[in-house]
Design a protein around this ligand. Sequence first.
Ligand code: SF4
Length: 88
Amino acid sequence: MVRHWDLCLGCLACVTACPSAQYDKLLEATRAQAARATPRGRMDRLFRALIFALFPYAQPTPRVRRPTRPLPALWRSLRRAGFLQRLA
Ligand code: SF4
């Protein structure tokens, strides 16, 4: 079950399709409990910490913005060099 909760985006688009029409309450009640009760490996914990540090905010914090600042220029360079076409 935990895999399902991990993959669910919480968009609640399925609430109207669910015969119980209670999926939103089920999600709310279960997700936190599953997070507390599920042992996770180091990489999984790190990945989840990164996701929760990045996505709740509309603007990235300076701690995240600083190391990612050169990425657009790097991306343009890779595209100009044809690396992305070769990768695909
Ligand atoms: S809330 Fe429902 S539709 Fe949305 S991601 Fe989760 S399971 Fe899928």
